[in-house]
Ligand binder design. Structure first.
Ligand SMILES: NC(=O)c1ccc[n+]([C@@H]2O[C@H](COP(=O)([O-])OP(=O)(O)OC[C@H]3O[C@@H](n4cnc5c(N)ncnc54)[C@H](OP(=O)(O)O)[C@@H]3O)[C@@H](O)[C@H]2O)c1
Length: 295
C-alpha cells in the first residue's frame, strides 16, 4: 500500500515536472538552418524532413535509394524548404558516411543540426540466431556510422554552435526480446552519446546532444515487422517527427515519444525490473513469433 502511494506521488511529481519544463518552440528556430537528416527516404526520417521543410530549413537528405530521395526532396521544396538536396550513401560503409558530410559541406557551406535517424535492415523479428555477423552488420549501420558521421561533422557543428539529434528507442533503454542485435546497437548509441554529452560539458566544449527515445511508431517497416506479434498500438509517425524536431531545436537532453508509454516504464526499470520484464513480455504475442533457432 505504502509502495503504491510512493509510486503514485512520484508519477504526479514527474507529470508536474514534465509540464513545468515545457519551453516555447518557434519556427524561427528552424528557418534558414542547415540540417542533415539520415535515413530520410521513408518512415520517421521522411516525416522529419517534411516538418523541417514546412518551417523553411535547408535540408540535406540521405539514404540508399535515389528515386525515393528524389521524391522526398521534391515534396520538401513544395512544402517550403529554403533548399532541399540529397546524397545517396550506404551507412554500412564508413567511407560513404564521410562522403555524406563532405557533400553536405560542399552543398550548404556548413551544418547547424545533424539528425541521425537511419536504421539498417531488421533481421527477422524473432529469437536470436546466434549469428555474430548479424550483430556486426547491425552495429556497423546503427552505431558505427552514427559515430563516424558525428566525428566528420564535428568541426562544422562546433563552428555553427549546432547540435546532434540521435534517434533511439525503448530498445536502447529496456531489454528487448526478439530484436537482440538491434537492442544492442541502440544501447550502444545511448551509452556513447550520453557519455560524450557529459564529457563535453566537463571540458566546457559546446555540443548539445538530444537523444530521442521512441516507442512503437506506425512506419511501414515497424508495422510490417510487428504485424500479429504485438498487442501494442503504434503512434503516428508525423507527430513523432514533430516531437523530435521540437526537442532537438530546443536542445533538450532527451525526447520521449509517446511520453506516457515510454518515460514511466523507464523510470521503473531499476526499481522493479521484474515488473518491467513482465510488462515487456505482455506486449508480445510470443505464440506468433517463430521459436526456431538455427544451430
Ligand atoms: N518505427 C518504430 O516503431 C521505431 C521505434 C523506436 C525507434 N525507432 C527508430 O526510429 C528511426 C527510424 O525508424 P523507421 O521506422 O522510420 O525506419 P524505416 O522506415 O525503416 O526507415 C529507415 C531509413 O533508413 C535508411 N537506411 C536503411 N539502411 C540503410 C543503410 N545501410 N544506409 C543508409 N540508409 C539506410 C532507409 O532508406 P534506404 O532503404 O533508402 O536506404 C530509410 O530511409 C530508427 O533509428 C529506429 O531505430 C523506430
Amino acid at each position: 500500500m505504502v509502495a503504491r502511494w510512493i509510486l503514485f506521488s512520484l508519477l504526479v511529481a514527474l507529470c508536474a515536472y514534465h509540464f513545468y519544463r515545457e519551453k516555447p518552440f518557434t519556427e524561427d528556430m528552424v528557418r534558414g538552418k542547415r540540417i542533415l537528416v539520415t535515413g530520410s527516404s521513408m518512415g520517421i526520417g521522411e516525416q522529419i524532413a517534411y516538418e523541417l521543410a514546412r518551417m523553411g530549413a535547408h535540408v540535406m537528405l540521405t539514404a540508399r535509394r535515389e528515386k525515393q530521395l528524389q521524391e522526398v526532396v521534391q515534396k520538401c521544396l513544395d512544402l517550403g524548404a529554403s533548399s532541399a538536396q540529397f546524397v545517396v550513401a550506404d551507412m554500412s560503409n564508413m567511407t560513404e558516411a564521410q562522403k555524406v558530410i563532405k557533400e553536405t559541406k560542399d552543398a550548404m557551406g556548413g551544418l547547424d543540426h545533424l539528425i541521425l535517424n537511419h536504421v539498417g535492415k531488421t533481421f527477422p523479428f524473432g529469437p536470436f540466431q546466434w549469428d555474430l555477423e548479424q550483430v556486426i552488420e547491425t552495429m556497423r549501420v546503427n552505431f558505427f556510422s552514427y559515430v563516424q558521421l558525428t566525428l566528420s561533422a564535428l568541426d562544422m557543428l562546433q563552428e555553427s554552435r549546432g547540435s546532434v539529434i540521435v534517434v533511439s528507442s525503448m530498445a536502447g533503454r529496456l531489454p528487448s526480446p526478439f530484436s537482440v542485435p538491434y537492442a544492442a546497437s541502440k544501447f550502444a548509441l545511448e551509452g556513447f552519446y550520453s557519455s560524450l554529452r557529459t564529457e563535453l560539458r566537463l571540458l566546457k566544449a559546446e555540443l548539445p546532444i538530444t537523444v530521442a527515445v521512441l516507442g512503437y511508431i506506425d512506419t511501414d517497416t515497424a508495422v510490417n515487422v510487428l504485424k500479429g506479434k504485438t498487442s501494442l498500438s503504434p503512434s503516428p509517425k508525423m507527430e513523432c517527427a514533430r516531437a523530435i524536431v521540437k526537442g532537438g531545436m530546443l536542445r533538450e537532453r532527451e525526447v520521449f515519444y509517446p511520453y506516457w508509454s515510454t518515460k514511466p516504464i523507464i523510470f521503473l526499470r531499476d526499481w522493479m525490473p521484474e515488473l518491467v520484464e513482465y510488462l515487456t513480455g505482455r506486449a508480445f504475442q510470443v505464440e506468433n513469433i517463430a521459436q526456431k533457432r538455427d544451430p
